[in-house]
Design a protein around this ligand. Structure first.
Ligand code: PM9
Length: 468
């Protein structure tokens, strides 16, 4: 093997080999198929309701499941747990300003805390919020504040088979038409997500972000970024967009954020921590409102629901997250799993996204109607086969239209194999691929599910099912 390849990656053959070694391990255990069949039945065929002890490889989410570095763990001992004015807050604030570029920072316990506050300070009843595909918690807070979400993602995002570099882009014609139809005064902001989770972790190009900002600014509309996986988005820009190959991910992230007026952030993803988030804004008056409102929902504006130690760990995590070798390894591991499944002709969303490989459940189980919850069933079948836990991202996650009460029927009916950062090995990816391939081999005998318990809010978390 080469000691070092010219582009700074560890080897020519394994460019994504991890830039870290393992210091602490957490045991996990394999269970029997019989035990897993009982566990998933008791969980109402919902992988959110499984106990993690009963899971072998946990690919439910990359949210809060990251492994922290030794530097982050050391930071946990540096927590200033003062109620007000913790030094860790000021460090976090400076780190966010330096890396994301926004002027004002309001800490929150996680992403949805920031979404709640943003929706409350920006939205009035009857507003419309355009966005590049919905996200569950984001849309829920927009709706609770009285807005309707309007999807303006490019049409290609809804087709899992299309191999295009920026399937998270906003359709500028659709956005213009929406502004003309409802009027700019009813659009408090554009909700721009990078990457787009529900489309398969697909990125937004820099050119598109620039154009969205230009169009929005012309109409006096703000652009609010969901920065949850903006570092992964920046990596894709570096790899795929002309003019960015020689820029660092850190530089690309700063430029990307400069085309937006603020952001909500779940630090539990890119920022390499187990809990934390923030709302960032450039507008001082809005910041005053947000930093006042945060005391009602999260905590004082210098901790927002986080302990001082959590803020310190997140500040260090942000710095680690933009290192080119880290992000190359992170996305490289996801691509490794994706390629194995593509080689076995398993239908997955193309191209492979930044944080997860998404199985196309409609193509996997073509004999099941969407109302028989093929993705929910597939996630259960995969768990039964190997103890690999995945997440449904289809009709259950999409929920119901708040006006008609009917199920949304999203074009994408997916199962997400979500890779936590710095947690699993290549062998774990191999086991996962083998299990998916095994389940794919038995696909024609698979049965769907019926919904037997449906909670009112974000039903996918707690819904229960029975086999048909
Ligand atoms: N995402 C995920 O697994 C957590 C559970 S599913 C609701 O993908 C985006 C793009 C997210 C996200 C959470 C949030 C909310 C906002 N935007 O979970 O509240 O992917 O920190 O963030 C999950 P919090």
């Amino acid at each position: 093997m080469n000691a070092e390849s010219p582009n700074g990656s560890p080897t020519r053959h394994r460019p994504w080999a991890e830039p870290w070694k393992i210091k602490v391990v957490e045991p996990i255990r394999m269970t029997s198929r019989a035990a897993r069949e009982v566990a998933i039945r008791e969980a109402g065929y919902n992988t959110f309701l499984l106990r993690s002890e009963d899971v072998y490889i946990d690919l439910l989410t990359d949210s809060g499941t990251n492994a922290m570095s030794d530097s982050q763990w050391a930071a946990m001992m540096m927590g200033d747990e003062a109620y007000a004015g913790s030094r860790n807050f000021y460090h976090l604030e400076k780190t966010i300003r330096d890396h994301y570029g926004y002027r004002f920072v309001v800490p929150t316990h996680q992403g949805r805390g920031a979404e709640n506050i943003l929706a409350k300070i920006m939205i009035k009843p009857g507003d419309v919020v355009p966005g590049n595909m919905y996200f569950t918690t984001t849309r829920a807070h927009q709706e609770m504040a009285g807005a309707t979400f309007a999807d303006v993602v490019v049409r290609e995002a809804h087709d899992p088979t299309l191999e295009l570099p920026f399937k998270g882009n906003v359709d500028l014609d659709a956005l213009s038409a929406l502004i003309a139809r409802v009027g700019a005064n009813r659009i408090p902001y554009i909700s721009l997500a990078a990457t787009v989770n529900m489309a398969g972790g697909q990125p937004v190009s820099m050119a598109n972000a620039r154009d969205v900002h230009e169009l929005a600014t012309r109409h006096g509309i703000k652009v609010m970024l969901d920065a949850t996986r903006a570092v992964e988005n920046a990596y894709f820009i570096q790899q795929r967009e002309s003019g960015y190959a020689t820029k660092t991910v850190a530089e690309i992230l700063r430029e990307f954020c400069s085309y937006t007026d603020g952001c909500t952030m779940s630090g539990k993803k890119d920022a390499l921590v187990n809990i934390g988030g923030w709302l960032a804004l450039n507008d001082e008056q809005r910041y005053e409102e947000a930093s006042n409102l945060v005391v009602l929902y999260e905590g004082l504006h210098t901790y927002g629901g986080m302990a001082g130690r959590d803020m310190e760990a997140m500040a260090r995590g942000i710095v680690e997250s933009v290192a080119d070798d880290h992000i190359r390894a992170r996305v490289g591991q996801v691509e490794y799993l994706g390629r194995k499944l593509i080689e076995a002709a398993v239908p997955v969303v193309r191209p492979i996204g930044g944080h997860a490989v998404y199985l196309d459940a409609k193509a996997f189980y073509p004999h099941l109607d969407q109302e028989q919850f093929p993705a929910q069933a597939l996630a259960a079948h995969l768990y039964e086969d190997s103890g690999v836990r995945a997440m449904e991202r289809g009709i259950v996650s999409a929920g119901r239209d708040k006006e008609t009460g009917k199920n949304y029927r999203p074009a994408l009916e997916l199962v997400r194999l979500t890779i936590p950062r710095r947690v699993y090995t290549q062998a774990h990816m191999d086991v996962t691929a083998e299990s998916v391939i095994e389940v794919y081999g038995k696909r024609l005998t698979a049965r769907g599910l019926k919904l037997v318990h449906e909670p009112r809010y974000l039903r996918f978390f707690q819904a229960r099912f029975e086999p048909l």
